[in-house]
Write a protein that binds this ligand. Structure first.
Ligand code: NAD
Length: 595
């Protein structure tokens, strides 16, 4: 059991009525969705409730062995997560300046949050239960970790270099982190900032990018074999890369990207190589950085192989607060008009982000969520005369959402980047005008991992009044990020064991890209039809939308549109847990108390 069980000293047991056998737990779920049709001529919306029933199978963990390979394993987030898990598993005590402390998992939803399961009939109170008591999660302390870094420093020395934990803590765990990272993928072309050059001393070499891809696949295979693992998850925790251009014929399809790798195309980034290698080896891929690794070619392969992909970027401090403050504003009928965020930090992430191209990826990731809220609440902004919508539309008539990086030239130099921003912005220009928003990040080495964040929110209130809220937040960056990495790993592992069967589903609705294997340029890719394994039961979509709570810029596909509301993201995760426990979803209505 994770140390959390000992920490909480809760001997609680939860009993369910759900069925089980030696391999699976079973539950059922009835979902009602409202189908809306809008007649644009009459402006009438017609709603129809559609019901669907699902059978759910949750595979038991039994003796499963899970491995996680981390890209950037020597970095702040990775070593902080590993140090934290190690300290918890050894249940050490350590001196933190003056006091004796014990490790914990604070900041992890799965290991520290409670969920409302129902109401207590006797005392008429709500009943809550820790999530890890309800659902069988993989114990993070049993995960076999390994990974890559472009720098060959042993992890026990990285703990000192990264300056997150104190000396007493490090001395007590460092021998458990005695590990030299695997040789890594590194390409010239400013993918990460020039200021990272000094770290580069541990890289794979090959005649082209396809050869490097093969080497990474072999590293994954070797790790799995050596440790006798059932499953491996690959987690990108490397530096933020620059945003790469979306180019037809290069990164739009899997076949094209293989060709691009062979031809050493400049826009195939190291993170894309890791993602392709992971998926080809049937390993889920998590992108905890902001760059657009999950290009269409990667998505296509993941969907074809039925492998989960998760991204982008971690929702840790400033964006997490922004996310639920936007719920507060829009949910209570207030109208945000200006949101300006500033932060400075002094760790290696901050150093990398001090370069324009990498900062640009972060800026897109931090900005995305406002636009979706504005779109959902468009009616609040119709009377605004601070923008001439018509002019704006004609000026930008050729620019669509996320079109900013078409063509290599657009992001080739930092001056170009600034130009794009001024001209068409990175999301919808019109939405940006409705809520003025800007983001500044500065690198100040002296503050190290202690990030300082300042935000100013101005909203319009009743009768055109103004309300200004200012936040000043000091936090240890990596200590906020690491539990989120743990949550993402636990979520992906759990999701791999959950299968849904729609009782209304008929085969013609199934998206089958291909039956059997495909063969491209000597690449034989097997099509792992999970539904073949467990008849008509399917895993969730490869783009794991349940992860949106943990991601700053939850990844959208052409099929799936992420919900940006924090409440909705949290509840979707909690309801998922309720469903697999055969509990009803929570409607947040206290009707039982009326009886
Ligand atoms: P870091 O600079 O400390 O660590 C990154 C590591 O990746 C370094 O050790 C570097 O050598 C390695 N690396 C870079 N390119 C690589 C490659 N191609 N292959 C293998 N290794 C490579 O950064 P960090 O603070 O650990 O952050 C990691 C990522 O997480 C960054 O992109 C950051 O923006 C993102 N992030 C961090 C936070 C936070 O609060 N700390 C929040 C959200 C997102």
């Amino acid at each position: 059991c994770p140390n959390v069980y000992d920490n909480t000293k809760i001997k609680l047991q939860v009993k369910f009525n759900r069925k089980e056998d030696k391999d699976f737990f079973y539950s059922t779920y009835e979902h009602t969705e409202t189908e809306v049709e809008k007649d644009n001529k009459t402006n009438v919306m017609t709603c129809k409730n559609i019901k669907n029933k699902y059978e759910v199978m949750i595979e038991k963990l039994k003796n499963k062995k899970l491995g996680v390979l981390i890209v950037g394993i020597g970095g702040n987030n990775a070593t902080t997560m590993l140090g934290g898990i190690c300290a918890n598993s050894k249940d050490i005590s350590y001196i933190d300046t003056y006091d004796i402390k014990k490790p914990n998992y604070l900041g992890s939803v799965f290991l520290s949050s409670n969920l409302r399961i129902g109401y207590n009939k006797k005392n008429k109170e709500h009943s809550y239960c820790p999530i890890y008591k309800l659902v069988e999660l993989y114990n993070p302390e049993h995960i076999i970790f390994g990974g890559w870094d472009i720098n060959n420093m042993n992890l026990k020395d990285c703990l000192y270099r990264n300056k997150v934990f104190g000396v007493d803590f490090i001395e007590k765990i460092k021998n458990d982190l005695d590990y030299v990272p695997l040789k890594s993928v590194y390409f010239k072309g400013n993918f990460i900032a020039d200021n990272q050059q000094l770290r580069v001393n541990n890289i794979l070499v090959g005649t082209n990018k396809l050869e490097i891809l093969e080497k990474v696949r072999n590293q994954i295979k070797e790790f799995k074999k050596q440790n006798n693992l059932n499953d491996v998850i690959v987690l990108w925790s490397g530096n933020t890369e620059k945003t790469i251009p979306i180019i037809e014929g290069v990164n739009d399809t899997f076949i094209n990207i293989l060709g691009a790798c062979k031809n050493n195309h400049v826009s195939v980034s190291p993170s894309i190589i890791y993602a392709l290698a992971a998926i080809l080896e049937n390993c889920p891929f998590i992108n905890s950085s902001p760059q657009n690794t999950l290009v269409n070619a990667v998505v296509e392969l993941a969907e074809y192989k039925n492998v989960f992909i998760v991204g982008n970027d971690l929702k840790t401090g400033q964006t997490k607060i922004k996310n639920f403050l936007l719920d507060f504003y829009f949910g209570t009928g207030l109208k945000p008009k200006s949101i300006v965020s500033y932060n400075h930090l002094g760790n290696n992430d901050g150093k990398n982000l001090s370069s324009d191209l990498q900062f640009y990826s972060k800026k897109i990731s931090k900005s995305n969520l406002i636009c979706d809220y504005v779109k959902a609440n468009d009616n609040l902004y119709v009377s605004d005369d601070d923008m001439n919508e018509k002019n704006m539309r004609s000026k930008h008539k050729n620019i669509k959402n996320n079109d900013f990086c078409k063509g290599d030239s657009l992001i080739s130099t930092s001056t170009d980047t600034v130009e794009i921003e001024k001209d068409c912005a990175f999301t919808d220009m019109l939405e940006k005008q409705k809520v003025n928003s800007d983001i500044v990040i500065k690198y100040v080495p002296y503050v190290g991992d202690d990030k300082k964040a300042m935000d100013e929110y101005i909203s319009e209130i009743f009768m055109n009044g103004k309300n200004t809220i200012c936040l000043y937040n000091i936090c240890q960056d990596s200590l906020l990020a690491s539990p989120i990495l743990i949550d993402l790993i636990l979520l992906v592992e759990l999701s791999q064991r959950v299968y849904f069967k729609s009782l209304k589903m008929n085969d013609s609705n199934e998206k089958i890209l291909c039956n059997g294997n495909i063969n491209i340029d000597n690449y034989v890719i097997s099509h792992d039809m999970v539904s073949n394994k467990y008849k008509n039961f399917k895993r969730m979509d490869s783009i794991l939308y349940l992860s949106s709570l943990f991601c700053k810029s939850p990844f959208n596909s052409s099929v799936y549109k992420t919900r940006h509301s924090f409440f909705s993201q949290l509840e979707s995760l909690l309801n998922f847990i309720r469903i697999i426990c055969d509990l009803p979803t929570d409607a947040h209505l206290d009707l039982p108390f009326m009886a």
